[in-house]
Design a protein around this ligand. Structure first.
Ligand code: BGC
Length: 380
């Protein structure tokens, strides 16, 4: 009886998460992030996410790394929601090793997975292994990151990546009142992993929004490092972002030059930039952006070391993907909301884009605590 109630609660919360989290502007999903709410053995099919075809089928979920908080949450949410919908789950993390990810996917194919859900470490590294999935008739969903140059990808589910960057830039424009202020303001840019197809979307979303102000001379980049190839960060590494920023600070700001803006594509790189600032910069603290609302970064946001982050509710992405899996397996039409943006080199992949949301120290309570994403204790 207790199990049934738990299952019903979970099913209801998944419906809410799917309804409010994706495709809308409302950022307060009702689902719980607490994996204890759904013990594996209490799982039962959730009506919204799991058409009847699901029962007993195995879904392979391949995640890049446990090193970054978000992928742990993505994996846990996927497992919890898939099991609640009646699937068996093979969840693997590849320690950011492309070879490991390939061999884990090979195992998933050979061990009878019916669908693969993959967040790629490197966008171009999976063509060969996914030929195997295609010839075995196993549908593949690219999770969060598009997998490039293979026609084995059936669907893509992610957040609106361009909008993530645009949201960071809009914060900068609004905070510095760039439409009215004369500037010039000094900015440095830290972007993501060139091997991740999302990274240029984040970069372009931000830089397109800032371009008019750069062209007008209101924003200048003293290091001169601005093109994507120069500002990228291999594997989104905090240490690499920190080392690069330390160089920039010692070459361009050691004489007391004021740094006004650190545009950082995500929270792990932002953390590196914040570490570099703490050790090497004494001027007025700049605006520092981020993405993911990782716990360490939300703490820093509350401490004034990071200005904003972009919240991508991993529960809602998982709910959408579980729904996709169910629709694929039952032969229903698969819900997508974008059929133009994401060409992986073999054609446009039908996509579902969830909505990213602006977060800062003023709205974190509503977004992160009231929605059950974190507890206050997580942020102490
Ligand atoms: C994700 C971001 C994440 C980054 C590093 C990107 O593909 O979309 O949310 O911060 O990878 O893991």
């Amino acid at each position: 009886m207790k199990k049934k109630v738990l299952s019903m609660l979970l099913a209801a919360s998944m419906v809410m998460a799917a309804l409010v989290g994706c495709g809308g502007n409302d950022a307060a999903p009702a689902a719980t992030n607490d994996s204890s709410a759904a013990p594996a053995d209490s799982a039962a099919p959730a009506d919204s996410a799991a058409p009847a075809a699901s029962t007993g089928k195995k879904v392979g979920v391949s995640m890049p790394t446990k090193d970054l908080q978000r992928w742990n949450q993505d994996g846990a949410n996927m497992q919890q929601q898939l099991e609640a919908a009646g699937y068996e789950v093979d969840l693997q993390y590849a320690s950011n090793s492309e070879e490991t990810q390939v061999s884990q996917i090979e195992n998933m194919i050979n061990s009878g997975c019916s669908v693969l859900v993959i967040a790629a470490i490197e966008a171009n590294s999976l063509s060969t292994v996914l030929e195997g999935a295609k010839s075995a008739g196993i549908p593949v969903i690219a999770y969060d990151r598009l997998i490039m140059n293979t026609d084995a990808i059936n669907y893509y589910a992610t957040f609106d990546n361009y909008k993530v960057g645009a949201t960071q830039a809009k914060y900068i424009v609004d905070t510095l009142d760039l439409d009215n202020a004369a500037g010039p303001f000094n900015m440095e840019v830290t972007a993501g992993d060139p091997g991740d197809n999302n990274a240029p979307f984040f970069y372009n979303g931000a830089m397109d929004t800032l371009k008019p102000y750069i062209d007008a001379g209101k924003i200048v980049i003293p290091s001169g490092q601005v093109d994507f190839a120069t500002v990228g960060t291999q594997k989104w590494s905090t240490e690499a972002a920190q080392a690069r920023m330390e160089n920039i600070l010692s070459s361009n700001y050691a004489d007391g030059t004021q740094l006004d803006i650190c545009l950082c594509s995500n929270d792990s790189t932002s953390l590196g930039v914040q570490n570099a600032l703490a050790a090497n910069y004494t001027g007025n603290y700049p605006i520092v952006t981020g993405q993911d609302c990782d716990i360490a970064n939300v703490k820093n946001m509350l401490a004034g070391k990071q200005s904003m982050s972009v919240f991508k509710d991993t529960r809602t992405l998982a709910a959408q993907v579980v729904k996709m899996v169910g629709q694929i397996l039952s032969g229903e039409e698969v819900e997508v909301n974008d059929t133009t943006t994401y060409d992986n080199g073999t054609g446009v992949i039908p996509s579902f884009l969830c909505e990213p949301v602006f977060a800062d120290a003023n709205n974190y309570k509503e977004l992160l605590i009231d929605s059950g994403y974190y507890t206050e204790a997580d942020l102490q």
